[in-house]
Design a protein around this ligand. Sequence first.
Ligand code: NAP
Ligand code: GDD
Length: 323
Amino acid sequence: MPKAFITGTTGQDGAYLSELLLSKGYEVHGLVRDKEKSDFWRLVELDVKDKVNLVEGDLTDEERLKNILTDIKPDEIYNLAAQTFVGASWHDPVATADINAMGTLKLLEAFKNCASNAKFYQASTSEMYGGIHTSFALDEATSLHPRSPYATSKLFAHWMTVNYRESFDLFSCSGILFNHESPLRGIEFVTRKITDGVARIKLGLSKSISLGNIDAKRDWGFAGDYVEAMWLMLQQEKPEDFVISTGVTHSIHDLLDIAFEEIGINDWSNYITQDPKFMRPSEVKELCGKNEKAKRLLGWEPKVEFKELVKMMVEKDLERLEK
Ligand code: NAP
Ligand code: GDD
């Protein structure tokens, strides 16, 4: 039975990845910050909480990571833990860097010293591109220009992962994943904020949704498809970095159109307000990824389209609130 160690198990991707690996017969060990106090709602919704071996620890604690990897001896390590909210990274850049940059380096050290036969996956991000390019087919060779403390911390972790591969001949690779969403998405991210807000409006629990820059455009895919790509990257002979995206970009206007259509509203303008507190000091305006390499070498393709994704999220939020 192959063994996997996942950090960020309680997060959106950690939950879907746990479900996927369990279905493939893996023994899954998941890092959690607090066995008593952590919120396990996603693992509970997917009915996998009791099937994952929950291991207490923090990505910032190198000694603990070394002990865990020595005990578990995993075949695969997936580093998904992070301070993931871009907006919050300007308010707490130090904690963001401690977790995302130094935390990843500490895990790489533990991997090198205590589990060097394992394969290592790093959760890199399309935020590293910064949305500064005039071509919107961003791929593995495109230059990087992070525009937030979050993206800058992730850039360090990305290059450290490459460096451990090149310096120590380890199987370490990064997935440069574009935005991926699901009914398990955190409520602070714009997709879920909108689908939850729309469901509240439908049920009379709220009158409007307050947003920031609604002209932003993203390449949004379904998280369930993206964890499959993470697993495929670690099944290759050779460690390589891959862009994972849909190749299609949409604006927040498109997202609002589909979400409101689900509750029978065609003109959403009276239901949206804008608040400067949701604007970012430097915004990533548009992202669109070119996933040719993943298609060619991993045989990976996204299955769920944007419209289906938004509808799925509105339906689930309605179901939750009705309960
Ligand atoms: P998420 O839902 O926000 O989950 C983040 C996870 O990290 C949570 O389980 C959280 O645990 C854990 N965590 C935070 N700080 C930690 C620490 N100091 N020690 C241990 N665990 C810690 O994020 P996600 O959307 O699943 O994303 C997974 C990874 O992919 C992240 O690294 C993210 O940066 C990256 N990524 C995401 C996307 C996307 O669109 N979703 C795109 C590109 C890259 P708690 O429950 O204790 O808070
Ligand atoms: N969160 C949020 N809330 N975003 C808003 C709002 C709002 O009220 N109004 C407009 N936006 C805009 C943001 O300014 C941004 O341009 C876009 O919506 C998407 O914001 P988020 O959903 O917060 O996601 P993100 O793109 O910043 O970051 C996510 O994707 C990255 C991959 O590109 C996160 O999951 C990151 O962890 C991930 O790396």
